[in-house]
Design a protein around this ligand. Sequence first.
Ligand code: FAD
Length: 106
Amino acid sequence: PLDKDELGRATWSFLHTMAAYFPDNATKVQQKEMSAFMKIFAKYYPCEHCAKDFQVSIKESPPATVGREEFSLWLCKMHNEVNRKLGKPEFDCGRVDERWRDGWED
Ligand code: FAD
């Protein structure tokens, strides 16, 4: 059966890693494509109520896709919104590269 937590961890790992390797300065086409990808992703994420809420969040704050930094920060904020909803601690978005690109110190 589908494990919502396992799916969530795997998905966040994919999304944050994708953001961490997005071009520093995305072309207009890349910006459009990544925005479209996130909107379509939000429609088909296989957890119905998660997908519904995420679509609302994206409508309220559309994907920031001008480049890697902005996109990583936007995604961190989206993830924190879910964290808040679930009563999980907020992640320090200043450490997003450390977590998803450069690797933690320890
Ligand atoms: P996760 O939240 O899965 O995080 C994985 C790792 O990411 C953490 O260990 C941490 O190192 C890092 N991290 C944490 N916060 C951030 C951040 N803000 N920015 C960058 N890195 C971070 N579950 C539900 O029960 N209800 C929902 O409505 C729901 N909606 C979801 C919507 C989406 C789009 C996704 C992808 C998942 C959703 N989930 C939902 C799953 C939920 O977010 C968690 O993945 C799941 O509860 C497992 O949590 P976790 O504590 O293992 O860490």
